[in-house]
Ligand binder design. Sequence first.
Ligand code: FAD
Ligand code: 8R5
Length: 476
Amino acid sequence: MKSRPVERGEVTIIGAGLVGSLLATLLAQRGFAVEVFERRPDPRVHGFLGGRSINLALAERGLNALRVAGLADAVLAQAVMMRGRMVHAIDGSTNLQRYGLDDSEVIRSVSRGGLNILLLDAAERAGSKLHFDAALTAVDFARGMITLSDHAATMRSHAAHMLLGCDGAGSALRAAMMKETGLGERVEPLGHGYRELEIPAVSPSRAPDNISIPGTGSRPTADRFAIEPHALHIWPRGHYMCIALPNAEGNFTVTLFLPNDGPHPSFATLPDAESARAFFTEQFADALALMPAFDEDWNAHPVGQLATLYLDRWHLGGRAVLLGDAAHAIVPFHGQGMNAGFEDAVELANLLDERPDDPESVFARFQQQRKPDTDAIAAMSLGNYIEMRDGVADPHYLLKRELAAALTERASAHFMSRYRMVSFTSLPYAYCLQRDREQTALMESLLRGRTRIDEVDLDAAAARVRAELPPLPPLD
Ligand code: FAD
Ligand code: 8R5
């Protein structure tokens, strides 16, 4: 989409993370005068804090939002395709469970830093003005003034009449809004945390030496991955798990999810790298063998906390609205936090484009349209933890997967797995949740008393699906 020369009035975005920088691009492309204030320094100048490669899974909804901004191809060029879950059993054996029907249904691993930089460049290209090292610290809503602080705690003020809060789970704008009126905030901690580790790229000397890039002496990236690059790896262990996502550079970011407290194992029972190493030797031996810097990584990265944030209200009249994690932080197990935030940005930009002169009704409609969907992805994300850490190795779950595959083949207009609806379509999340409940109830009824797929009359089962479930909405 081309930028439109017409001025549509000024909007002020707080936070230039993933959602803020995409929203800045979309609104500038629609002719708004966009100012963005970001707490951190410019990552294009100073590099990303910590400098580690952290990656995220991008699915169809997020990709679709990037398409709207004209950025999908540029992001895809940096991404690594993931076809399915590579499940690692305790004995080291692996099994790929495909996410979709074919390679048109894949998720993609993208670097958070790389994506953020691409989005910041796009926002500036579209005409947004970005201010870094500018943390929101106070808001005078009556006067339309905000106070910003730099790293040396020097304060400055700025006029801002329409505030769009993209400042993440710990949102300062949300805190300022809550001083004016209750937002009905509820935070539900998961009780589990996570720690990040790394499987580095294998050195070229260890990779097979059949191919190299002429003139460079270096090998194609694919040779540098220590495990299958085109998968999201899972080591399910019942009450906890490890996952690994590939980076384009050949390394993997590994994340251990574990209860915070309680009897062995929990983060409380693993106070140091030595106890953690013993635990990995027992439970994740194949992964540990690929992590030469395990002890340093364990000590370097703190335990991250996981929680779901619910708000009853996302906006303060027409003066301020929250989106992305600031409005609805969720647990990560469906890989949808960024994807949901990107959908928010497109929805809000479209609504503002339609009624630029009536922010109050735009914000009210935005919340009304999005909140049922973000509540639904919050619920499905919690559910997917159980499925990932336990279900993927559970016989009844595997039987249900087999039945789902058979029904997809025989009644594709009436049956689509939740994972495919969430990851490969833009069907509203609330629809996906409801549809999944109906499909699951029907599958449970078809499987009652059965332990093997050949005990089910699949043609009769498909006929029941067609008779009892309405056809899926058309997909574009
Ligand atoms: P953020 O990306 O957190 O951006 C907020 C921005 O606001 C930051 O730049 C911050 O510096 C800035 N800010 C904060 N306070 C202020 C202030 N006072 N003033 C000015 N600026 C401020 N989602 C997926 O879809 N798929 C995944 O695979 C996935 N993996 C994840 C892995 C990890 C380790 C984590 C932590 C999250 C993951 N998520 C994933 C979730 C995803 O990162 C978030 O949902 C997404 O980043 C939300 O975007 P946001 O812009 O709302 O918030
Ligand atoms: N977020 C993800 C999935 C679903 C995978 C599946 C799960 C790490 C902190 Cl835990 C997780 C998924 O159902 O087979 N897609 O993308 C990303 C996930 O975790 C991210 C990397 C993460 C917050 C740490």
